[in-house]
Design a protein around this ligand. Structure first.
Ligand SMILES: [Zn+2]
Length: 402
C-alpha cells in the first residue's frame, strides 16, 4: 500500500464529507475524524518490532501481534523495499490495523474486529488484493531485442519477461530473437484505486520468430469445477492453437530470458551469442555470472571439475537424454551427484573454467549416449487439454484474432 494511495483515499473521504455537508446543509457534521495511517518503508536489516515501535506501538502490543499472526504470516520475514501500514484510531489514538503486502497477489491484514456483546477481537488474515482489471492489447515488431522494444514503447517490461516465459519451450529468447520478429499480446492490467500497479495475466499471445508463428492461449478448463476425476482435468496454463500445452520436456535454451534482461526496469539487455558446432556442442557467449538452468527435470550424474569442461554439471533426464553444462564459474547451491533437479532450476553460473577463452556456457545434449543438436531434436508436444474441454477451448481461442 503506497503513501499516495493512502493520501488519495483520505482526500477522497474528505471530498465525500464536503459533498455530504453541501447536500445536507442543515445537518451538523457528525462523521468521525479520519484514522491516522503511519507508513513505514522497510529497509535492509529492519525488523517488524523495530518499525512497529517507531510507528508508536507498545512493546506488549508488538509481541502480541507477532504471536497472534505467526500461523497466518510470520512477520519476521518482511522484506526490504516493501511498506508496513499502521492504522490508528483518530478517536483515541489506539492501534486498529496493520497491512503488509506479502506478494503481488495477497496482503496480510491484522485488525481488530468488532464483536457483538463482547470486546473487539484481533484477527490475522491473508487477503487477495482486490485489483481492478483492464484488458489491453499491444503489438510490435522487434528492432534490437524484446527487452529494448518494451523499454522503447514505454511498456511494463515485466510483461515482456512473462511473454518470454510462455514461449520458453518454443523459442530461444536468449539468443534467437531476430530483427523483424514480432508479437501481439492480449493481457490484463492491474489497477488499485485507479492507479496502475502492474501487468496481470497474459490471456493470449502470438510470437513470430524467424518467420515461424507461435500461439499461446491461457486456458483453465474444468480445473475449477469440483467433483471431476483428476485425469479429465486440464491443467491451467498456456496451450497452442491445437490445445497442446506449451510446456514440454525440454526448455528451448539453458539461458533464460529473465536472467539475461537484467532484472525489471533497470539495466540493459546483454546480447547473447550462440555458436553451434556440429559434433561438440553449443556455445553461448554470456556475461560471467549469468545463471544457466536445467532444460528438463532430471538427476545430476556429474558435478564439479571435469577437464576440458572446467566446472560442469551433467543431468540425466530419462533413459534417452542427458544434458551437459560446462565452463561454469561455480555450481548453484545443491547441485551435486544424485541431486534431483527441476526444469528451469539454476545449475550453475557462466564462467570460463576449463578450456575456454572467455566466459561462455558450453551446452550439450546426448541421446542414447551420442551428441545431438538439441535444436534439431523432435521433442513431443506437451500434454493436451482434456477432450471434454475441447469445445470450451475452441470457443476461447476464437475470441482472439491475431
Ligand atoms: Zn565450448
Amino acid at each position: 500500500m503506497g503513501k499516495r494511495w493512502i493520501l488519495l483515499s483520505i482526500l477522497g473521504m474528505v471530498a465525500a464529507a464536503i459533498i455530504f455537508l453541501l447536500t445536507n446543509p442543515i445537518e451538523i457534521f457528525t462523521s468521525e475524524p479520519e484514522d491516522l495511517v503511519i507508513v513505514k518503508a522497510i529497509s535492509a536489516g529492519n525488523t517488524f518490532g523495530q518499525l512497529a515501535a517507531e510507528a508508536g506501538l507498545a512493546t506488549d502490543t508488538i509481541s502480541s501481534i507477532l504471536e497472534k499472526s505467526k500461523d497466518i504470516y510470520d512477520l519476521a520475514s518482511i522484506r526490504a523495499g516493501k511498506e508496513l501500514a499502521f492504522v490508528f484510531s483518530a478517536l483515541d489514538d489506539s492501534f486498529k490495523k496493520l497491512v503488509y503486502p506479502v506478494d503481488t497477489e495477497q496482503e496480510f491484514i491484522f485488525e481488530s474486529v468488532e464483536q457483538e456483546n463482547t470486546s473487539p477481537e484481533w484477527r490475522a488474515n491473508l487477503v487477495d488484493i482486490p485489483y481492478e482489471v483492464e484488458r489491453k492489447e499491444i503489438e510490435a515488431t522487434i528492432d534490437t531485442s524484446l527487452y529494448e522494444t518494451f523499454l522503447a514503447k514505454g511498456w511494463d517490461v515485466r510483461l515482456g519477461l512473462e511473454l518470454a516465459e510462455i514461449f520458453a519451450w518454443q523459442i530461444d529468447f536468449a539468443a534467437d530473437i531476430q530483427k523483424n520478429d514480432s508479437f501481439k499480446v492480449v493481457f490484463e492490467e492491474r489497477y488499485r484505486d485507479g492507479k496502475y500497479v502492474m501487468s496481470g495475466k497474459i490471456l493470449a499471445a502470438q510470437f513470430v520468430n524467424s518467420g515461424k508463428i507461435f500461439y499461446g492461449y491461457y486456458f483453465q478448463g474444468n480445473s475449477t469445477k469440483v467433483g471431476l476425476p483428476t485425469e479429465v482435468l486440464t491443467k491451467a496454463g498456456y496451450y497452442d492453437e491445437n490445445g497442446n500445452s506449451l510446456q514440454k520436456v525440454f526448455l528451448k535454451s539453458p539461458l533464460q530470458y529473465k536472467y539475461i534482461s537484467s532484472g525489471f526496469s533497470y539495466g540493459r539487455y546483454n546480447p547473447i551469442l550462440k555458436k553451434v558446432s556440429p559434433h561438440r556442442g553449443i556455445d553461448y557467449a554470456a556475461n560471467a555470472g549469468t545463471p544457466a538452468v536445467a532444460v528438463g527435470d532430471g538427476t545430476v550424474i556429474q558435478a564439479g571439475w571435469n577437464g576440458y569442461y572446467g566446472i560442469s554439471a551433467t543431468i540425466r533426464h530419462n533413459d534417452t537424454y542427458k544434458t551437459v553444462y560446462g565452463h561454469f564459474q561455480s555450481l548453484a547451491k545443491g547441485i551435486k551427484v544424485g541431486a534431483r533437479v527441476k526444469q528451469g532450476q539454476v545449475v550453475g553460473y557462466v564462467g570460463s573454467t576449463g578450456l575456454a577463452t572467455g566466459p561462455h556456457l558450453h551446452y550439450e545434449m546426448h541421446k542414447f549416449g551420442s551428441y545431438v543438436n538439441p535444436f534439431l531434436v523432435e521433442v513431443p508436444p506437451g500434454e493436451p487439454i482434456a477432450e471434454s474441454d475441447r469445445i470450451d477451448f475452441e470457443r476461447i481461442i476464437n475470441k482472439f484474432i491475431f
